[in-house]
Design a protein. Sequence first.
Length: 251
Amino acid sequence: MLYLVQGLTVLLKMRVSLMHLIIQTGPLLSTTWGQGTGYNDFIPSGPLYCTGYSNYKPPVGCVAVSIAQVMNFHQLPTTYNWSAMPSNIGSSATSALMLDCAESVNTTYGCSGSSATTNATDDALFGFGYTNAVVQAYSFEMAYNNIRFNYPVILAANEGLLVGGHQWVADGVSIVQTFVCTNTGDGPIEPIYSRIPPPDANYNWVNNYAAEYLYMNWGWYGVHNAWYSAYVWSVAGSDYDYGMKMVRSIN
């Protein structure tokens, strides 16, 4: 059964003595953009000749892609031709946006990867009109409060001290709460769905615990986009668990 609680979709499942309450918002983004041809067409190559891409240009950089995808979600500023930016393939309009995003964070271009700092992201967004954006240490509570009100957040972390990292978008949040029922009789147990649980103890639901997830859009053409632990950012053999940061309040 589906119920609507404070604008969130809530799914109640009865399984013998367990009730799982799933609160989910998102994923919000429609885009599955990347860094290569179709997105990097206007990136300056200088002396670089990057054979990994058909246009021989260097990649855009993950910082720029994360910024561009969030801007596309909000469709601001209106000076960009958002309608000419397909969700899953590149275009000239998308490449123009990517160039602006890359330059706004002073990206250093390279054939094996283009780099920029997360700390430059809020200033870049400010320049595009998103004057409330803030870079801070990662907080699930803050990510939750942003995403539930339809504001994707940007996440970033490294694989270790002085080791490379990645920046991407989290555009969905899910909380799974489990309650063990001590009443194993045949009588009906009324689910409480007018508020986020725990349900009333009178119905013998006890021992609740929660698992929290974020939907990650990695900026890799949709590859590996999925639900992940809100606290363990491991994907494609990489563990992004050092210096976890976020960019919130992108509006």
